[in-house]
Ligand binder design. Structure first.
Ligand SMILES: Cc1cc2nc3c(=O)[nH]c(=O)nc-3n(C[C@H](O)[C@H](O)[C@H](O)COP(=O)(O)O)c2cc1C
Length: 301
């Protein structure tokens, strides 16, 4: 399946694995890229630019196919050495960067001069238009279904994607709630050029996270409720700091599920198995093909 996204990133299938803190290590990114999608290493999970350089090199030993790196610009306790991370990305000859969290404008010249395509993750059309105007190459439209930081607009993909299609000139992928061939075909119908998945890729054989995390995703129904709701408007950073600061390594790598907050999307309700990345991606493409050729063709006929 050729789309503007497969062409832009030089990949076989229009499926991207989004950056995921303490999940997006070399093993997962390489497995997704080897399977014909675009695997993304999560930059800030690496403690320093030197560590990121090593992780990129490690990924290169696992796949010769295109890989990407996620750079998340969020308020953090200490500001990361972004120029250093970008240098590691450029020196590692990575050709795609997924930016998220904040306006990436100040980093675009450096990235573009190195021939890197930038896909910016946005939770609103307003931000997507801004990203387009500053020169981003593509957008990951992250609906309210998404895991992680769903923004503050709370617009689900059934509304957000057609709105993006009406407004954007640059290609975009649908992110949030994507799990299977049905998601891919629906995303294409709504105007996207592919899909970005986070949670679905956590429940794969190659995701280098503890089995407890994978099992928690399989056990979750679509009724997962955030702890935030309990605290409501009384929530403060200090009030939840112990639940969120530094807990990711212990949850993701050691499987201590009760230690604090971690992300997964509502899409967990659609996840029932732990295939390899190749089995997953092949299955999605096969299902999408069948839906288009069989069900949709029949309806059109
Ligand atoms: C455990 C986890 C950690 C994540 N960490 C990041 C991150 O560090 N930076 C980022 O841009 N997105 C992050 N995301 C969001 C994903 O890249 C992706 O946009 C999201 O998972 C899509 O929604 P889905 O889970 O329904 O597929 C994370 C998602 C998960 C599940």
């Amino acid at each position: 399946m050729k789309t503007k996204i497969t062409e832009m990133f030089g990949i076989e299938h229009p499926i991207i694995q989004g950056g995921m803190h303490f999940v997006g290590f070399a093993e997962l990114a390489a497995a997704v890229s080897e399977a014909g999608g675009l695997g993304i290493i999560t930059g800030l999970t690496q403690r320093s630019p030197a560590d990121l350089a090593n992780e990129i090199a490690r990924c290169r030993t696992l796949t010769a196919k295109p890989i990407g790196v996620n750079l998340t610009f969020l308020p953090t306790v200490t500001t990361p050495d972004y120029p250093g991370y970008i240098r590691a990305i450029i020196d590692g000859e990575v050709k795609v960067v997924e930016t998220a969290g904040n306006n990436p404008q100040q980093w675009l010249p450096m990235l573009h001069e190195a021939g890197i395509k930038v896909i910016h993750k946005c939770t609103s059309v307003r931000h997507a238009l801004k990203a387009q105007s500053i020169g981003c190459d593509a957008i990951s439209v992250d609906g309210f279904e998404c895991a992680g930081h769903p923004g503050e607009d709370d617009i689900p993909n059934f509304i957000l994607l057609p709105r993006a299609a009406d407004e954007l000139k640059i290609p975009f992928v649908a992110s949030g709630g994507m799990a299977d061939g049905r998601s891919l075909v629906a995303a294409l119908a709504l105007g996207a050029e592919g899909i970005n998945m986070g949670t679905r890729f956590m429940a794969t054989k190659e995701a280098p996270i503890h089995d407890n995390v994978k099992q928690a995703i399989l056990d979750a129904s679509e009724r997962v409720v955030a702890k935030e709701k309990e605290l409501g408007s009384k929530i403060t950073f200090a009030g939840i700091a112990e639940d969120v600061v530094g807990v990711y390594p212990k949850i993701m790598l050691e499987g201590q599920m009760e230690l604090g907050a971690w992300s997964c999307g509502l899409v967990a309700g659609l996840i029932h198995d732990i295939p390899s990345c190749k089995e997953l991606i092949d299955r999605i493409m096969r299902e999408a093909d069948t839906i288009i050729r069989d069900r949709l063709a029949r309806l059109a006929g």
